[in-house]
Write a protein that binds this ligand. Structure first.
Ligand code: NDP
Length: 327
């Protein structure tokens, strides 16, 4: 038997609970992992609260991130005792995920834990840090170098936003953080933000072309914020669209793209191919320090997941939450 969060949808409605499951109930897969840590992401919040149609089949064990040790393998790539990492691939949505002490997975979804990163550090980073890294790589690929000017990061206090600020600052970029929590000024400054703006400046419908300010943008928020970010991006700049914390809508015009040559780069961590994942995690392993990860993350137990998730959905959590599934 092992402990897990289980989401069910039945005549009593949609509900999540901490429960015990038998290994015989695990889904099919060629690798079984003893999970050490998982983490909480916005998508886990949508899944656990039922606020978004994330879970595709029931019952479901949520958790889009996990790290742990291989305890069963029917593949050639991983052997018993190997340390592995998983982010995305629909795990926690349509295949049982990481908020459990054991997971059975498809070996194609796993990557080896990078050498410089501990199990716990991997979940401090999690999908949020890895997505932020993909977004930074997208800016780099489009020629947005530190000398080009200010980079805007929206949803600054969230997991992706916190990592985007820290990564960009570490690479020498001049970062402006947009937040609804100006009281977190010190935290954002410590991560490396040079300027902090109120997210209200970007959250209402705006003109299709605005004063050119950003050389690049990492947007976690979508909706009018993304439209305004595109409208105020400098000639030749790039906007990396990662998230939808404000909304999924995007009421913009083609003006920034056809008059200023702005590039809108889509970031998807879920189905991102193996080589790009490994490359992103290698960069993270090279850049991230223990002190920075300690600043961004804090740890909870599996028992604390359900009480904590409402705070995450209410935008009250700063940075990242690591879940020790064995405590
Ligand atoms: P978090 O919940 O940790 O952070 C979201 C942040 O967005 C909040 O902390 C808040 O920052 C800001 N925010 C919340 N509500 C609003 C609002 N109504 N208007 C404007 N800003 C708001 O989420 P994550 O960082 O984990 O994820 C951020 C987004 O990225 C989510 O939409 C998530 O689904 C998406 N995502 C996408 C991935 C991909 O592969 N493309 C992978 C991972 C996440 P503040 O308080 O500073 O304003």
């Amino acid at each position: 038997m092992f402990k897990a969060i289980l989401i069910e949808k039945d005549n009593n409605g949609y509900h999540a609970k901490l429960t015990k499951l038998d290994q015989s109930q695990l889904p099919a897969g060629d690798v079984t992992v003893e999970v050490s840590y998982s983490s909480l992401n916005y998508k886990d919040g949508l899944a656990i609260t039922g606020k978004g149609p994330v879970v595709r089949q029931f019952p479901m064990v949520p958790g889009i991130d996990l790290v742990g040790k291989v305890i069963g393998s029917q593949c050639t790539q991983y052997k018993l005792g190997d340390l592995v990492l998983l982010n995305g691939w629909g795990v926690g949505e349509k295949h049982w995920g990481g908020l459990a002490q054991v997971a059975r997975l498809n070996s194609q979804w796993l990557i080896p834990l990078p050498k410089k990163i501990t199990l716990k550090q991997a979940m401090a980073i999690g999908t949020a840090g890895y997505t932020a890294m993909l977004a930074v790589i997208a800016l780099e690929k489009n020629g947005v170098t530190p000398d080009k000017g200010e980079i805007l990061v929206t949803g600054a206090n969230g997991g992706v936003g916190s990592f985007a600020i820290a990564l960009l600052a570490n690479l020498g970029y001049n970062v402006t953080a947009s937040t609804g929590r100006l009281t977190e000024h010190q935290y954002l400054t410590e991560l490396g933000a040079k300027q902090i703006i109120d997210r209200q400046e970007l959250s209402e419908p705006g003109k299709p072309l605005q004063k050119e300010r950003w050389a690049g943008v990492i947007d976690c928020v979508g909706s009018h914020t993304l439209a305004n970010a595109c409208a105020s991006t400098m000639y030749g700049g790039t906007v990396a669209a990662c998230g939808l914390a404000q909304g999924m809508d995007f009421n913009s015009s083609v003006a920034p793209f056809i008059l200023r040559g702005v590039t809108l780069a889509g970031i998807d961590s879920v189905m991102c191919p193996y080589a790009a994942r490994v490359a992103a995690w290698q960069r993270l392993a090279d850049i991230m320090s223990d002190s920075l990860l300690a600043k961004i993350s804090h740890e909870i137990t599996l028992e604390q997941v359900i009480p904590t998730i409402t705070q995450l959905m209410d935008g009250k959590i700063r940075g990242r939450i690591i879940v020790d599934v064995n405590r």
